[in-house]
Design a protein around this ligand. Sequence first.
Ligand SMILES: NC(=O)c1ccc[n+]([C@@H]2O[C@H](COP(=O)([O-])OP(=O)(O)OC[C@H]3O[C@@H](n4cnc5c(N)ncnc54)[C@H](OP(=O)(O)O)[C@@H]3O)[C@@H](O)[C@H]2O)c1
Length: 434
Amino acid sequence: MREIQEINVGLLGLGVVGGGVATTLIDQSLSISQKIGLPVNLKKILVRDLNKPRDSNVPPGLITTNPEDILADPSIQIVVEVIGGTEPAAQYLKDALSSGKHVVTANKEAMAKYGPELFDLARQNRVNLLFEASVGGGIPIVGSLMSQLLANDIQSIRGIINGTTNYILTQMADQHSETDFHQALAEAQQQGFAEADPTNDVEGFDAVYKLSILASLAFHQRVSPDDIYRQGITNLQPQDFRYAQELGYAIKSLAVVTLEQGDIRARVYPALVPVEHMLAKVDGVYNAVEVTGSLCGQVLFHGRGAGRGPTTSAVMGDLIDIGRRLHINQPPIPVIESGHTLRVQSIDDLETQYYIRLNIADQPGVLAQISKILGDRSISIASVLQKDTFPDEQKAELVITTHPARDASVQEAMRLVAELDVVNQVSNMLRIEG
Ligand SMILES: NC(=O)c1ccc[n+]([C@@H]2O[C@H](COP(=O)([O-])OP(=O)(O)OC[C@H]3O[C@@H](n4cnc5c(N)ncnc54)[C@H](OP(=O)(O)O)[C@@H]3O)[C@@H](O)[C@H]2O)c1
């Protein structure tokens, strides 16, 4: 085999992350080359718009709008994809792998949707496909699941893996501000923590993609985004946070995958977490992932889940890893597949506790009617709080928590409760985790 004299990198994308990667490759070229043991060159950078002003000190001669300048250049061994989205990014990933290039990507959506196809291409072409930055920004969770935690049978992963929603929920939890969802979102957008179109974050899609990646690595089989239950945070009201706190809980948007009786259950939803739980203390744009393994017990990863610095750290870590492997002629890092297929169960069979907030008629006998519906479905009530009353409208708010019950039963009960004449609205139903 011909010895490699230098590492040439092609960069797809020069935005928040690409700008960080380009600057690091240029400004820290010497130290990166020393870490790899070979000179490293940034050869070309693909962008959409050549005339866009750039905040990174990239020589204009490196920039192109023609993907073939990178994908068809035989001297480029490593392609870094930081464009995002599925098209054209996914096609570029496939083309790079097919032409025998090693790939580093930060693209959670492409990895979640096309992971199996991309891994197949990497295997067929004997190249590395690394994606640390796709989950948790600067937190080294992907690599840990791919190597350091491999000896464990993973029992569960619980995480706060979307900084935008965690920032919004942290603002809403501030008891003094009574900030509603729309105010908190507007502030997050002002601070640059939420995009102009926040759907991907606040409706849970982003966390679903990331959980799909983590769950697939943890259980060595594909857990598709379509198998993951998803509930966004748009229905939360300031009083949910007040009541949750009175009950001893914080509200967090969690991504959870568990292995129960040989089945996988995966969900992304806002949930009540006991205030003393480690995840309840993760605030603002921070991310945290708690992994429970058969040997390691509980391990908590905590850090910045997004932003130029943390994401560049993850991308560069993968790039250096591949560079070192190329230097010493090591074969690619395999992605382990178990060969067996655990069932991925729907949320219907989940057994957990519930927090239910109802807007009811302020009159006697209401609770009896609600209790009957719950009781008929074996849902036992753990606590009832009659909260804010609105005497002028003869309405009141009732907050019920339940003992563990089957999810499908609680959902059916809530449909029937909503039909009662004495119930104006089932205002919210949240699961309690931990
Ligand atoms: N931002 C974060 O904190 C963060 C954290 C973790 C993971 N990620 C992931 O990293 C990836 C990049 O995110 P980002 O925030 O850096 O995105 P971004 O700021 O929007 O940058 C995207 C870059 O890709 C280029 N691009 C977009 N469409 C293109 C096309 N069709 N052809 C060629 N170039 C195209 C853009 O070119 P122009 O500059 O010419 O428009 C831009 O340079 C995404 O997968 C994202 O999910 C980001």
